[in-house]
Each structure stands twice: as structure tokens, then as C-alpha cells.
Design a protein around this ligand. Sequence first.
Ligand code: SF4
Ligand code: SF4
Length: 128
Amino acid sequence: MKLMLRVAPGIVRKPLIASVILETGALINIERASIDAVSGEIVLDVSDDKCRQVKDAFERRGVDVVLLEIPVMRNDEECVHCGACIAICPTGTFRFDNWKVVTDPGKCIQCGACVTACPHRALQLVLR
Ligand code: SF4
Ligand code: SF4
């Protein structure tokens, strides 16, 4: 399961990920991170069985955490199965299956590249 963290200015310089790993024993993979001295947005991959524990641990440290259950949504009425999203996605979220583009939302890290590349504006990022 993927988690999106939004780290506020007051805590961005703290060793948040390290301390959560020590507390929970979870194996955490950083899939995308945009961090500077002021704030940060991070996407993590955590095993399903540790996901709730890790989310709670970050929230206790003041981090805003969102579960990325369906990170990218496609409007099937707009999609023309051109494959542009397959070419640009860095994580292999899209693939052809019998000349139709199918998605594996569990791979998405919400980089937004496919949303920009889609010529039919059929894709959008979802936070929930
Ligand atoms: S780029 Fe857009 S129109 Fe083309 S296959 Fe992907 S979602 Fe469909
Ligand atoms: S936002 Fe689009 S391009 Fe980026 S990882 Fe998710 S599906 Fe792939």
C-alpha cells in the first residue's frame, strides 16, 4: 500500500522516517520525494499489514498522511487507448492487454506525468 505524506515546515528537518521505522519495524520504501528545508511531499510503499501502524506513527509526529488506494483515475469514456500513458509512466502502471490500455493503480506514485501526457485529458490524480 502506498502512503502520501505531507510534512509541514516545523517538522521537516526531523528524522521522521527513521524514527517510524525504528518504532514499527516496518520496511519502508521511498518511492517519490520532494523535500526542501521548508516542507516535503513523500510517497512511501509499506506492506499492507504494517500500513495502519505506520500511518498512525507518522500522524502522531504531526505528519498529514493519505492512503493512496486508487491514486490515478481514468475516465473510460474519454480514453482512446493511444498508449501515451504507457510510454511516460515511470512505474509501469499502464499496459496493453488485447489492444486496450489497462491499469494497475497499486504501482502509481502520483508523479502526474500521465495526466499531462494524456491527449484526451482522461486521467486525474486522486487523494483519499
Ligand atoms: S494517454 Fe489517455 S487516452 Fe491514451 S491510453 Fe492513456 S488514458 Fe487513454
Ligand atoms: S501519476 Fe501517472 S505517470 Fe505517474 S506514476 Fe502514477 S500512473 Fe504513472
